[in-house]
Design a protein around this ligand. Structure first.
Ligand code: HEM
Length: 475
């Protein structure tokens, strides 16, 4: 009996050792990038979840890039991953979209953005064309030129006026609500004044939930996140019902166009349109609000930048002569040089996410390494944007650096909106939104930081207990 027991123990030990060995040395028809697969099953996931406490790139990336170079292997969320901060490699991966690689996000993303799997987050062909064109149609340059830019200006002024009547505001929360309300208005004619629940005020839980363990039971971050998601989804669903039952509810928003196209496009079902609008809304308000919150922190510490911003934006008001209160126009926006550099610098430093994810559809050979088919590839654009070889003193907030940077260097190393055929469809809107926001802030208001503003990377950009400021109107 004892020898039988010993035999079983020996077999289990052999099996476990073999399994651990296989885990650490995944099969590959070539040389894998250097790195470690971490512990069986867990991989190195926990290392990524330990927050970094500064604006610098997440320590997970920094330590491994120092140790292994710009391309390394790891394992995250149970998947083998190759992380790359190599500009040429990443540029080529963007060009390989749909051929050697496809868009792929973690399981929590799939759960948040669609209910039954991954198929919709990586929509290809006509689905992808629909997503791009509908977002560009409602948030692209043409819309901005028509009147959207001046509507952003008007809304920002109203919001800041409201903030100035309060003893203090928490920036991330206040800006998120502002961006949510405005963007949701263009997406499905959401009106917070008429809504029984101000959903925009409760969206902070979404990002936290994304990086949490997907355990949907009361009390967990993931549960709160899914609850908030449900609320927004049912709001969109209600709007859809209203619009479909009464043609008077047609207001020319993004949802109206989607409903119209549902008549002819078979993939456009209610189950597709609602999560898609939710996803686009989330992408927009979370990233713009994080970038603008960081902007307040950075500008508070850099009065010379504020001075130059004021000079450029006040010159615009002056150039209007007697019509000083006329709306902010597309031509005025395009005439600016320093303000867009400030926007670029904020986006370079904010790096809301550590990188973009893809999955290899076939074996990929690059830099002497082989990436097996089915592996996840993380394009660590955040590390590229903080690379001292491209951006001297990368952690210094220096908008003037953009005067000297070469366009070719920028195109391969600065990718806040991704690249290739999946480049952000809301990029123009986001940059114009941020510029219009800065325009209103520096010409009409001043602010003082009261408390908070601690930054961490969780690995998403996070403001901990928030940044509290007092806003006042200029005399
Ligand atoms: C500062 C603000 C924003 C940042 C930093 C940002 C960043 C990004 C990035 C990096 C991607 C590419 C993802 C990938 O390749 O895996 C992307 C895609 C996308 N973004 Fe944004 N985004 C922002 C705002 C917006 C806004 C406001 C909208 C909508 C109004 C939007 C809609 C989209 C859409 C639809 C895609 C998918 C494009 C495609 O697959 O062709 N984004 N965004």
């Amino acid at each position: 009996m004892l020898s039988f027991g010993l035999c079983i123990a020996a077999l289990v030990t052999i099996f476990v050792s073999y399994w651990v060995h296989r885990w650490r040395n995944p099969r590959c028809n070539g040389v894998l990038p250097p790195g470690s697969m971490g512990l069986p099953l867990l991989g190195e996931t926990l290392h990524l979840l330990i927050p970094g406490r500064s604006l610098d790139m997440h320590p997970f990336l920094k330590k491994r890039i120092q140790r292994y170079g710009t391309i390394f292997r790891t394992s995250l969320a149970g998947r083998p991953v190759v992380v790359s901060a190599d500009a040429e490699f990443n540029h080529n991966i963007f060009l390989q979209e749909g051929r050697s690689v496809e868009l792929w996000y973690l399981d929590t993303f799939s759960k948040l953005f669609n209910q039954d799997g991954e198929s919709r987050t990586n929509g290809v062909g006509s689905v992808h064309r629909f997503v791009r064109s509908i977002v560009l149609n409602h948030f692209g340059p043409e819309r901005l030129k028509e009147k959207m830019l001046s509507q952003i200006e008007e809304m920002v002024d109203k919001t800041l006026h409201n903030w100035s009547s309060q003893s203090a505001i928490e920036v991330k929360h206040a800006v998120s609500t502002m961006v949510f309300d405005f963007t949701a208005k263009y997406m499905f004619s959401y009106d917070p004044e008429k809504s029984s629940e101000k959903v925009g005020e409760n969206m902070g839980v979404l990002l936290k939930g994304l990086m949490s363990f997907p355990l949907n039971i009361p009390g967990t971050e993931f549960h709160k996140c899914m609850k908030a998601q449900k609320k927004v989804m049912s709001l969109i669903k209600e709007k859809m019902k209203e619009k479909r039952s009464s043609p008077e509810a047609y207001q020319g928003d993004l949802l109206d166009q989607a409903i119209k196209e549902m008549e002819t496009e078979t993939f456009l079902t209610e189950d597709f349109v609602i999560p898609f609008i939710f996803g686009a809304l989330f992408a927009s308000f979370e990233s713009i609000s994080s970038a603008l919150t960081l902007a307040f922190g950075l500008l508070s510490e850099h009065p010379l930048v504020v001075e130059e911003l004021m000079a450029e934006n006040n010159a615009i008001l002056k150039s209007r002569g007697e019509n000083v209160d006329s709306p902010f126009t597309w031509d005025e926006y395009r005439s600016m040089s320093f303000t867009p550099q400030v926007v670029n610098e904020i986006l370079r430093l904010s790096n809301v996410a550590p990188g973009l994810l893809r999955r290899s559809l076939k074996e990929i050979h690059a830099n002497g390494y082989t990436i097996p088919a089915g592996w996840t590839i993380m394009l660590a654009t955040s590390a590229q944007q903080l690379d001292p070889n491209t951006f001297k003193d990368p952690l210094v907030f220096n908008p003037w650096r953009w005067k000297e940077l070469d366009a070719n260097v920028i195109s391969k190393n600065y990718m806040p909106f991704g690249g290739g055929m999946r480049q952000c469809a809301g990029a123009e809107y986001s940059k114009a939104f941020m510029a219009a926001f800065l325009h209103v802030v520096v010409t009409k208001y001043r602010w003082t930081k009261i408390k908070g503003g601690d930054i961490s990377r969780t690995p998403f950009l996070d403001f901990g207990k928030g940044m509290h400021i007092k806003v006042s109107a200029k005399a």
